[in-house]
Design a protein around this ligand. Structure first.
Ligand code: PEP
Ligand code: MN
Length: 332
């Protein structure tokens, strides 16, 4: 970390600041220029409150020169992490398609969608049992029954299942769930992240709707710092001023996350766009940008879906998309 000290600061003030920093176990190397003094902070600067330092009257600017995320950082772990879910691998050249309805609505729906997405080439089955809805009056999910129906669909098709957790108290219900999803709204639920870090389960971590990539990676760091390195990052669009789409899909996040981190990165064009006709082009763009997988919402009857029908593909449209993705990957 580097702190640039303002002009006309006295040596006594600089000594005072240096002492305060050193008290926190960090060495300070000062270089005196004609107008400005630059303090180089060396050591574990994670404990230094950067905003506080920046707010001091004698400080002009503060800059971090190393990333605050360590365990998910590619610098310290150059090879790609491959997350294994049963026989399915994600990352390091292994590509996975997660497909299924937004919410689990019934046993019959889950089994029918599972069979059709499997036949079209999906490798993991999704379905929300606990749903984070903007309105408390909207369908909240079938909860424990929803997980039960997912497990039945897993038994019928052999596909591992992915479903969202909203409360760490529900973890006992997730014992047989293969991948636990942390949704966009919970990306910074740090207590939940820490609890998931204590499990060995693969975690699908979605980017928050208004979060930077640094914040996203710090959330992955929360899980890793507790001992669980099985994390799949998911770009699902961020909120901007554009209203034609539900969110704005940040395709550049895919290659950037690969640059910054060794964790696999998948893309969710369904939540990113909110419109079924945009799902295929954005899925293609994500794969071209290097995504290690896709998460696609598929419903057997989108017009009557209890959640996110407008962005859900029919099984036929999904099969079409999966075929195109296969061809694109061959070219790539
Ligand atoms: C979902 O995957 O169903 C979901 C709620 O996604 P997000 O958290 O990205 O909105
Ligand atoms: Mn959804």
């Amino acid at each position: 970390m580097i702190a640039v000290i303002k002009k006309n600061t006295t040596q006594e003030q600089i000594d005072h600041l240096t002492h305060w920093i050193e008290e926190q176990g960090v060495e300070v190397h000062a270089s005196y220029g004609v107008d400005y003094t630059v303090l180089g902070l060396v050591g574990d600067t994670s404990k230094i409150d950067m905003e506080l330092l920046d707010s001091l009257a004698i400080v002009d600017t503060v800059k971090r020169v190393s990333d605050p995320f360590k365990q998910c950082n590619r610098t310290f772990h150059p090879e790609d992490t491959v997350v294994e879910v049963g026989d399915v691998k994600i990352g390091g050249g292994n590509f996975a398609i997660i497909a299924g309805p937004c919410s689990v609505e019934s046993r019959e729906q889950m089994i029918a969608v599972a069979e059709s997405v499997k036949a079209a080439g999906a490798t993991l089955l999704r379905g929300g049992a606990f749903k984070p809805r903007t309105s408390p009056y909207d369908f909240q999910g079938l909860k424990a029954d929803g997980i039960e129906y997912l497990l039945e669909a897993k038994k019928a098709t052999g596909m591992p299942i992915v479903t969202e957790i909203m409360n760490a108290n529900h973890l006992p219900l997730f014992e047989e769930v293969d991948v636990i999803q942390v949704g966009a709204r919970n990306m910074q639920n740090f207590e939940l992240l820490k609890e998931l870090g204590k499990t060995k389960k693969p975690i699908l971590l979605k980017r928050g709707l208004a979060n930077t990539l640094k914040e996203f990676l710090m959330s992955a760091e929360y899980i890793m710092s507790e001992g669980n390195g099985n994390i799949i990052l998911c770009e699902r669009g961020i909120r901007t001023y554009e209203t034609y789409t539900r969110n704005t899909m940040d395709i550049s996040a895919i290659p950037l996350l690969h640059e910054l981190s060794h964790l696999p990165v998948i893309a969710d064009p369904s939540h990113a766009t909110g419109k079924s006709r945009l799902v295929e082009p954005m899925a293609m763009a994500s794969v071209a940008a290097g995504a290690d997988g896709l998460m696609i919402e598929v419903h057997n009857d989108p017009a009557h879906a209890l959640c996110d029908g407008a962005q859900s593909l029919t099984p036929d449209a999904f099969a079409h998309l999966a075929g195109k993705i296969g061809k694109l990957r061959e070219i790539l």
